[in-house]
Design a protein around this ligand. Structure first.
Ligand code: GTP
Ligand code: MG
Length: 138
């Protein structure tokens, strides 16, 4: 059974969309085995998104992620990484399939409501960045 790190981003927490987004995850068979609401500092967001530090939108992305609270969570299920990304939809909401989180809720390519890990190695590192083993209740 696989686990992935999910973040409900500031544009979505601001609009009280946490419950609607969680319903989509749960309907897809993903179990929320850990969850907390936190307010990242720009430096903490910068470490999380370090892989993107050479991209032109890095500063904007870090400022956005630190602008308001986020909900970080661990989702568990068969093929959880791919399944979560399917439920999320494409990065740019204009390209996201109907019914996905980003098609329904994302405001732009930057403020796109959710993050999901993209591979087993990144999932493990991202989960460890936010949660201790004791906080994961499967
Ligand atoms: P994550 O699950 O958040 O990692 O999204 P992703 O894997 O679909 O996209 P990617 O890893 O390529 O980009 C990470 C995040 O950077 C995106 O989710 C966006 O929030 C942001 N981002 C990507 N492209 C752009 C862009 O062109 N402009 C801005 N402002 N932000 C972008
Ligand atoms: Mg990504």
């Amino acid at each position: 059974i696989e686990r992935t790190l999910s973040i409900i981003k500031p544009d979505a927490t601001r609009r009280n969309l946490t419950g609607k987004i969680n319903a989509k995850f749960e309907d897809a068979g993903l179990r929320i085995v850990a969850q907390k609401r936190i307010h990242l500092t720009p430096a903490q967001a910068g470490i999380f998104y370090e892989v993107h530090k050479e991209r032109p939108f890095y500063g904007e992305l870090c400022d956005f992620m630190a602008s308001e609270p986020v909900v970080v969570q661990v989702l568990e299920g068969e093929g959880a990484i791919a399944k979560n990304r399917e439920v999320m939809g494409a990065t740019n909401p204009a390209d996201a399939a109907a019914g996905t989180v980003r098609a329904e809720f994302a405001e732009s390519v930057g403020e796109n409501s959710v993050h999901g890990s993209d591979a087993p190695e990144t999932a493990a590192a991202e989960i460890a960045y936010f949660f201790s083993g004791l906080e994961l209740v499967g």
